[in-house]
Design a protein around this ligand. Structure first.
Ligand SMILES: [Ca+2]
Ligand SMILES: [Ca+2]
Length: 111
């Protein structure tokens, strides 16, 4: 499931929108919410999506090269750059700026 989600995320240019059509946001929340406090912190968000990154990084060099990306092309993405992109996305999606994503915020990815 995580791999399918990651493929959707990368294929959609890190868009959660495509993935959200596959599964309900409340399910995402419960999967990402590793400390079970009912909200997703930046670390939980990054860790969950980085797990997917690691699944695709077949030679484990910390870089998704073109051939490791779903489309088989694109600029290489480092793990650090990927996490930075996720952080940027997280902050955009955190509409009320409380530093956490609620189920409602998760359900409404930034355009
Ligand atoms: Ca949490
Ligand atoms: Ca790699």
């Amino acid at each position: 499931m995580r791999r399918a989600f990651a493929l959707a995320v990368l294929a959609g240019g890190l868009s959660l929108a495509a993935a959200a059509q596959v599964q309900r946001s409340s399910d995402y929340l419960s999967k990402m919410d590793s400390d079970h406090d009912g909200r997703v912190s930046l670390l939980e968000y990054q860790d969950w999506l980085s797990y997917a990154f690691d699944g695709m990084d077949r030679n484990h060099d910390g870089v998704l090269s073109a051939d490791e990306q779903p489309a088989g092309k694109g600029k290489p993405i480092t793990r650090a750059a990927y996490r930075a992109q996720l952080a940027e996305r997280f902050h955009k999606q955190d509409v009320n700026h409380d530093g956490f994503l609620s189920a409602k915020e998760l359900a409404a990815p930034p355009q």
